[in-house]
Design a protein around this ligand. Structure first.
Ligand code: GAR
Length: 211
């Protein structure tokens, strides 16, 4: 059984996609053991509760400095004892101590085709605003492993989504979620649960054929 901890900050539609995929068998042999939010008002926590999953808030606001918050986040993750940490709309830079403790076992969903439209300032709706203001005709989503650099680790899955005439950031965000994110993230977890993902010495991922 793959033990998964999911880190969230907001609406939690990606969390919901994972919950649903476990329920309907698209992801097998997997259990969400804890949902951690940096925001106590995140709707994602309500989704966790509705699914009978433990949800906790670890907020920087509750600590005097960043190091204390980082340690608390690490402690909460260690308590959950996950095999895999999924960043599903987690708007916090993952501290080095967490990356160190769970190296190669953290994945993130990013709402664009990395290495385009990623890095500092590229999160949530801002990504789609920047795609539109640059006039890109194609965008998409990426699931990647997390390393010390923002939006940088080994790419696991990507899916392209068309930008359409008249799109607003909100309309494009919704299309990227529906056509890419909610499909890719459950698929990535399923592949990992099946032991089909390898990262080679060059930091490239390889997916083994289904047997
Ligand atoms: C998603 O679009 C996710 O890709 C993005 O935030 C949204 C969260 O939505 N993540 C990032 O921008 C991370 N850099 P959700 O809470 O409904 O899943």
């Amino acid at each position: 059984m793959l033990r998964v901890a999911v880190c969230v900050s907001g609406g939690g539609t990606n969390l919901q996609a994972i919950i649903d995929a476990i329920k309907n068998g698209k992801i097998q042999n997997t259990q969400i053991v804890r949902v951690i939010s940096n925001n106590k008002n995140a709707y994602a926590l309500k989704r966790a509760e509705a699914a009978g999953i433990e949800g906790v808030c670890v907020s920087p606001r509750d600590f005097d400095n960043r190091e204390l918050f980082n340690n608390a986040l690490l402690k909460s993750l260690k308590e959950a004892d996950p095999d895999l940490i999924v960043l599903a709309g987690f708007m916090v830079a993952v501290p080095a101590c967490v990356i160190d403790a769970f190296r190669g076992r953290i994945i993130n969903i990013h709402p664009a085709l990395i290495p385009a439209f990623c890095g500092k300032g590229y999160y949530g709706l801002h990504v789609h605003e920047k795609v539109l203001s640059r006039g890109a005709k194609v965008t998409g989503a990426t699931v990647h492993f997390v390393d010390e650099d923002l939006d940088h680790g080994p790419i696991l899955l990507q899916k392209a989504v068309d930008v359409k005439e008249g799109d607003t950031p909100e309309v494009l965000q919704r299309r990227v979620m529906e056509e890419a994110e909610w499909i890719l993230l459950p698929r990535a977890i399923s592949l990992i649960a099946q032991g089909r993902v390898m990262i080679d010495e060059n930091g490239l991922t390889h997916i083994k054929e289904d047997e």
